[in-house]
Design a protein around this ligand. Structure first.
Ligand code: SF4
Length: 111
């Protein structure tokens, strides 16, 4: 589904049927996070670009809301985990490199 800012995000859900105006982020797990979420957080959320860049089925995303100073600058913090290698994925846009190793020409040679 498209977010109010036009990016495609599989975690965005909007129900506008018969005058309803319910929107939620299904990436957030806890009830507390869901109550703090607003659609404005989609504007700078990295998830749509991660999903566009990396479609690895073994990567799981986890999101939480990071509160800024005095509740300003709230934003989404996203972490990724690979279920195959059981490691944290440092760069979710690229992946952990296990399923899709980089070709040798891109790897740094020691000599
Ligand atoms: S906050 Fe991010 S993950 Fe959640 S619905 Fe918006 S774009 Fe998707």
């Amino acid at each position: 589904m498209r977010t109010p800012y036009g990016q495609e995000c599989q975690y965005f859900y909007g129900d506008y049927y018969r005058g309803k105006n319910h929107e939620e982020c299904r990436l957030l797990g806890s009830e507390v996070s869901l109550s703090k979420w607003t659609p404005k957080l989609c504007k700078n959320c990295p998830v749509p670009s991660i999903l566009q860049a990396n479609a690895c089925p073994n990567m799981i995303l986890e999101g939480k809301i990071k509160q800024g100073f005095l509740n300003l600058n709230k934003n989404m913090q996203v972490s990724a985990f690979c279920t195959q290698t059981k490691t944290i994925v440092r760069e979710p846009h690229v992946g952990c490199g296990s399923c899709h190793p980089f070709p040798d020409v891109f790897l740094k040679k020691d000599e």
